[in-house]
Write a protein of this length. Structure first.
Length: 340
């Protein structure tokens, strides 16, 4: 049995103005249902030509960690430089057992702006390709202030769910992977809001509220090329097709969907591919620099000037990605919402 899938067009005065797609019943099976029209199918076919799914580059994608009680584990420095926990208590803890937590508010599109006045107690060691909780006796000996503080909160910490060791995080997810990650992905996005993790990444740790990190394991793929492609209008258009869509155009960027994004393989014998990749990387470098510079500028006219350059670089990346994936002018209009 066939049925009609009707798409209401925002801003129209009558429900009679619709876009109708006929879906044959033999296309409806146990796999996820994707109701693509012919225009979408044409674009998606090109997206899948000579590409690899992000997860198959290969790369590692992991969600940030949860402490189970941030009021105890996370601190903010006051104006005197003292650490204050979420219970408004001044705490004294060894500096070398602290890291800077990363939340979704600490980064956005080509921009990393962590709040350096926040710290998180990090009772873990990362070495030899893995992470492990510091043994209690070693913690007590090497970090007496941290241990004393945690021990004073033992009864509260013991109430957490999914807690195997009273002083560890309730969900310490892949701490080693985050320590060598390349790209940060938020949980929610209304466009490509992804960025590069700073070079001194060992001083940070990604929290569950910060989303996901990506570690690219294939040296043939430049991480800045990957970032530019992921932030492009084309791949976000496709991600919206895969993901859950919320009001205002926001979507979920979970691993289930994000890992399936098609990354174009650069043919090393093809001068045009190499040139387009170089253009993307060059403009990503500029965007990282411009967004960092924009944070320090106060004069409105200067901010507008920088934003104009940002818009120009982002458009250059979009055009390079369209060309790389072989989209026609009409298909570009569909992606940008200017089609029929």
């Amino acid at each position: 049995m066939n049925f009609a899938y009707l798409k209401a067009i925002p801003g129209t005065s009558s429900i009679n103005i619709v876009k109708e797609n006929l879906i044959k019943n033999d296309l409806i099976g146990s796999s996820p249902w994707n109701f693509y029209n012919n225009e979408d199918k044409s674009i998606i076919k090109k997206l899948e030509n000579n590409t690899s799914r992000l997860i198959n580059l290969p790369c590692e994608i992991s969600r940030g960690s949860s402490t189970g009680n941030d009021n105890i584990f996370v601190f903010e420095r006051n104006k005197d430089g003292e650490l204050v926990n979420g219970q408004n208590e001044i705490v004294s803890i060894e500096e070398d057992i602290l890291k800077i937590p990363i939340y979704a508010t600490d980064f956005n599109r080509y921009n990393f702006k962590s709040r350096f006045n926040f710290r998180i107690l990090f009772p873990y060691n990362i070495e030899s390709g893995k992470s492990y909780l510091i043994e209690e006796e070693i913690l007590k000996k090497n970090y007496p202030k941290a241990y004393k503080y945690l021990f004073s909160k033992k009864s509260e910490l013991a109430k957490r769910k999914q807690n195997n060791t009273w002083y560890g995080y309730s969900a310490a997810r892949n701490l080693f992977l985050h320590s060598k990650a390349d790209i940060l992905i938020p949980l929610l996005a209304n466009k490509g809001l992804f960025t590069i993790l700073p070079e001194n990444k060992n001083i940070y740790t990604l929290m569950a509220g910060g989303g996901f990190s990506i570690s690219i394991k294939n040296n043939n793929f430049d991480k800045k090329y990957i970032l530019g492609v992921l932030n492009s209008s084309l791949l976000f258009w496709y991600l919206k097709k895969l993901s859950n869509l919320f009001r205002g155009g926001w979507i979920t960027c979970t691993k289930q969907y994000f890992s399936q994004l098609p990354i174009k393989q650069i043919r090393l014998y093809n001068k045009q591919d190499i040139s387009l990749q170089d253009d993307i990387v060059k403009n990503v470098d500029l965007l990282l620099k411009l967004n960092s510079e924009k944070q320090t500028v106060k004069l409105q006219s200067k901010i507008e000037q920088i934003q104009s350059r940002i818009d120009y670089c982002e458009d250059k990346i979009d055009q390079a990605v369209y060309e790389l994936y072989g989209l026609s002018e009409e298909e570009i209009k569909v992606v940008e919402g200017k089609g029929n």
